[in-house]
Design a protein around this ligand. Structure first.
Ligand code: ADP
Length: 396
């Protein structure tokens, strides 16, 4: 027997019917976008969403997209919502290809520049009279890794297209507004018009979110989860109780507690199960697992090199030179041509931006000052397996 009823409603990609405590943000989004309905083509809307991990930025914008396209349809207008993850679509060109995919627009698979691709998309919208909302999730990442021309192109699209009718609108999702600091003022002014904040959840708010999945979405059999268990999990993660305010971790803990109850043959999910779940969930790790799945082969090989060094030498921090040496070995062992020095440095810089690698300056005892790097997460068997599996997948 099992404590679960519809366990799929606990998975990270599931979009629940209700989003408790995000009604205000959805309303603000609607207000920002209402011009599209009342006066389509007159403006290009830009909204910035900012908040820490697990504060519901992704799920809320997707829900808004769903609701808003429905409302538009009732008014006889076509609004299409597209959601792009900038970790996954790492370049302007890949982003555009993904947007075309989500529009079911076939584009020739070679030879087109980003500009030409964008023009194809725009013409497609024009022909079908579509208003397009593009959400750029993890936009911080795009900003810190892309050439300035690409950011500029994206943001100033109408100057490029010279289009009379405005059909493209943006939601930029950022972890921190300060990540835009490096952009010059003209771009910043284009991006930051309206900012909607997503504060970390309090214990009460997490309680409502968890209860909604349990009671309304029927994740568990009726009565299987004790009220005090939900209270316990909310208190661990509640921002007002010193937690991170991260709903993803709260939901993961609840799900794992249920699985533990199942393996113990218990019909109830108790505080004890939640405690066990909590000690298993390493908050840093679970955020980072998602990131790892988005890495490309040679980035993974750099991570593997650091793990190898850790195993061989027992240390945590290694010089860049040493990591590069080990990376060369790892690559050759797999029959891959190692990337050049500058490219390896670039990988390390990106891994740092993603939070997978921590860097510090060497102290005394080493000649000069060198940058030492380490993985930001504990090196475990689980991590080891994950990295090896991901590498294998990329080599197939
Ligand atoms: P972010 O994009 O800010 O990192 P997500 O939107 O990915 O956060 O949310 C993390 C998890 O928590 C997802 O499973 C999401 O469904 C859930 N979640 C976040 N906020 C809410 C909410 N207000 N109501 C219900 N579920 C939520």
């Amino acid at each position: 027997s099992t404590v679960f009823e519809k366990s799929k409603v606990l998975t990270p990609d599931y979009i629940p019917k209700n989003l408790p405590h995000r009604e205000k943000q959805i309303k603000e989004l609607s207000i920002n976008f209402r011009e599209i309905l009342s006066n389509p083509g007159s403006t290009s809307v830009r909204v910035v969403i900012s908040g820490k991990t697990g504060t519901g930025k992704t799920v809320t914008t997707k829900k808004f997209g769903e609701l808003f396209s429905e409302i538009a349809k009732e008014k006889g207008l076509r609004v299409v919502y597209t959601h792009i993850n900038c970790h996954r679509q790492r370049t302007l060109y890949l982003m555009l290809v993904e947007i075309a995919n989500q529009l079911n627009l076939q584009i020739p698979n070679r030879g087109l520049s980003s500009q030409e691709t964008f023009k194809l998309i725009y013409d497609y919208l024009e022909k079908r009279n579509i208003q397009l909302i593009i959400t750029l999730d993890e936009f911080d990442y795009f900003v810190s890794t892309s050439p300035i021309e690409d950011i500029y192109f994206l943001v100033r699209i109408y100057d490029e297209l010279n289009a009379l009718v405005k059909r493209i609108h943006y939601i930029f999702i950022l972890r921190e507004l300060t990540s835009l600091a490096s952009l010059d003022k003209s771009i910043k002014d284009h991006v930051i018009k309206n900012v909607i904040e997503f504060p970390p959840y309090t214990s009460e708010e997490l309680y409502d979110i968890l209860m909604d999945r349990i009671v309304n979405e029927k994740a568990f059999r009726e009565g299987a989860v004790l009220e005090e268990t939900v209270r316990f999990i909310s208190d661990i993660y509640g921002f007002d109780k010193g937690g991170s305010g991260n709903a993803r971790l709260a939901l993961e803990t609840l799900e794992l507690a249920g699985k533990i109850a199942d393996t113990e043959g218990s019909l109830l999910v108790t505080i004890d199960h939640a405690k066990k779940a909590n000690s298993k969930i390493n908050p840093e790790l679970s955020i980072i697992l998602d990131t790892i799945r988005d890495l490309d082969l040679h980035q993974l090989l750099v991570v593997k090199a650091i793990m190898n060094l850790h195993k061989k030498e027992g240390d945590d921090f290694f010089s860049m030179g040493k990591v590069e040496e080990e990376y060369n070995i790892v690559a050759k062992d797999l029959g891959e041509i190692p990337r050049k020095h500058t490219q390896v440095f670039e990988y390390i810089r990106k891994l740092k931006l993603m939070g997978l690698i921590t860097a510090r300056q060497s102290g005394k005892g080493m000649r000069g000052r060198t940058t030492l790097i380490s993985l930001s997460v504990p090196i475990s068997e689980e991590l080891d397996n994950l990295i090896n599996n991901e590498i294998r997948d990329r080599l197939l």
